[in-house]
Ligand binder design. Structure first.
Ligand SMILES: Cc1cc2nc3c(=O)[nH]c(=O)nc-3n(C[C@H](O)[C@H](O)[C@H](O)COP(=O)(O)O)c2cc1C
Length: 469
């Protein structure tokens, strides 16, 4: 192969030359001054900060300018640049850039080996192509790098690799692309974790047994919503401040008409309630109910103890609140919808819980869609009869994503778990029958509640009823 990877600094690296033998290198988090550099080293760094060159070409330039003895220092600097994720690797074809591999994590390494001409390779099921600004970018939760594609060639090779191919068969299929470029691109895909060797007899299709048990979307979500395997902004970045107004801390009622709910005497409960350890030890999922359904008083007490707003806190940036369960950033994006089948003194129908006024806002009577929500709950829990009350927990997603970047959805799911446990404990303390549900239909819920799926829809479900004593 005559072609080789073109090494250059990533776009986050800028270089300045304050003196003929000095270079100042600025990255996102570090500024380094290299002093006493030989002309060949300055030349190599100049090339890395502009058009780039292959490692052989860079070392040739250093050796020609400074002599062979300067090479050790050149390779030392190159290894430091690579370790600090400052180097990207490009492939050119017919004088034009075709693909660039850039590091996205501190664990990035690029050590391409040679391809076995007999082996068949296929794109990993974790690889995906998406648009970043105006570039198509190949990414994978298995990779510590990303590959920006320039022009059609990389995308054409990737598309053909949906089926297992040898290097030779790929070259036969894509005659317009020079063999060297295809070989380099395959080597890049393989070394960066986008490609696997297809082995027909392998039960895990080129993956490990551990990896085979990951869904594509789960691993991608995990990798991108935790720190480590990406270079995206992370945490409370408030990226929409000044561009989009934050949603209010409490969702405004749409009709203004609410059904007041019973408020328990909390001081009395603090004195007379079951002890905490007894509640914790006796908590369990109960999927059968007493004949007499739950009462409006019990429903009121349950919601009051579980989810009411205790305090609204006004902030210049984003209003928050205090409730009985903890919530990421005190943002409280979760809304509770109450689907009533049987509850004393409350008509069957679909309601939204107003956590500030502690009331139920009637949305509609039983409909086909609300019946379908019950049907899904029955299917998920193996119940024989329609349960008494189904809570659907919905999320006003933008409450969280207005503040948090990369971790908003992840935080929300944790909040759902926190609310589930609070519901379980309160139900146990009240001698009611609770059961969480792991799956529900968010499209169906958005239809039932007449909500915009992207603004607010279901992320959890919970059943409650009267307990058989
Ligand atoms: C996140 C989550 C999802 C659950 N999903 C379901 C479900 O879909 N159907 C069901 O019958 N129980 C569901 N459960 C209840 C569990 O099956 C139950 O908690 C588990 O078997 C332990 O039993 P215990 O709650 O009685 O201690 C879920 C519980 C949690 C926390």
């Amino acid at each position: 192969m005559t072609q080789a990877y073109v090494l250059s600094f990533t776009k986050d690296v800028s270089v300045d030359f304050p003196a003929p033998d000095q270079v100042v290198i600025q990255t996102l988090d570090r500024r380094s001054t290299l002093k006493g550099l030989t002309p060949g080293l300055v030349r190599a760094i100049t090339i890395l900060s502009s058009q780039g060159a292959s490692e052989d070409e860079l070392s040739r330039q250093v050796a020609e300018t400074d002599g062979e003895s300067a090479l050790a220092r050149f390779y030392y600097y190159l290894s430091i640049f690579s370790k600090r994720c400052m180097i990207r690797y490009g492939i050119s074809c017919n004088g034009k850039p075709m693909a660039t591999l850039s590091p996205i994590s501190a664990h990035f390494q690029f050590n391409p080996g040679s391809l076995d001409p007999e082996s068949k390779y296929t794109l990993s099921r974790f690889s995906y192509l998406h648009r970043e600004n105006e570039d198509p970018v190949l990414e994978s939760p298995l990779s510590h790098g990303k590959i920006t594609l320039h022009g059609w060639m990389g995308a054409a090779i990737a598309a053909e690799l949906a089926g297992a191919k040898t290097l030779g068969s790929l070259c036969d299929l894509l005659k317009e692309i020079p063999r060297d470029a295809i070989e380099l691109f395959l080597g890049m895909l393989l070394a960066a974790g986008f490609l696997i060797e297809a082995k027909p007899e392998d039960p895990y299709h080129g993956e490990t047994r551990t990896l085979a048990q990951w869904d594509f979307h789960d691993l991608l979500f995990h990798a991108r919503s935790r720190l480590g395997r990406h270079a995206n902004r992370f945490g409370g970045t408030y990226r929409f401040i000044g561009k989009i107004d934050p949603l209010p801390a409490v969702k405004p009622a749409s009709s203004g008409q609410t059904l007041d709910l019973y408020k328990p005497d909390m001081e009395k409960l603090e004195q007379e309630d079951y002890p905490f350890t007894l509640v914790l030890e006796h908590r369990k999922s109960i999927r059968e109910y007493a004949e007499r359904p739950i009462t409006d008083r019990q429903l009121g007490e349950f919601l009051y103890r579980t989810a009411r707003v205790k305090e609204l806190i006004k902030h210049d940036v984003q209003d928050v609140s205090r409730r009985s369960y903890p919530g990421g950033g005190a943002i409280y994006e979760l809304e509770i919808y109450v689907n009533v089948n049987a509850c004393e003194s409350i008509s069957p129908g679909f309601y939204h819980y107003c956590p500030k006024n502690h009331g139920l806002e009637p949305l509609c009577g039983p409909t086909e869609a609300t019946a379908a929500l019950f049907k899904d709950a029955v299917r998920s829990t193996g119940l024989e009869l329609t349960p008494q009350v189904l809570f659907t927990i919905a999320s006003r997603f933008q409450r969280l994503s207005w503040k948090y970047e990369s971790m908003a959805y992840n935080t929300m799911l944790k909040n759902v778990g926190v609310l589930y446990q609070t519901m379980y404990l309160v139900a146990t303390a009240m001698d009611l029958a609770p059961c969480a549900i792991g799956g529900g239909n968010s499209d169906l819920f958005a239809e039932a509640a007449a909500l915009d799926y992207y603004a607010e829809t279901s992320v959890g479900e919970f059943l409650l009823g009267s307990k058989r004593m």
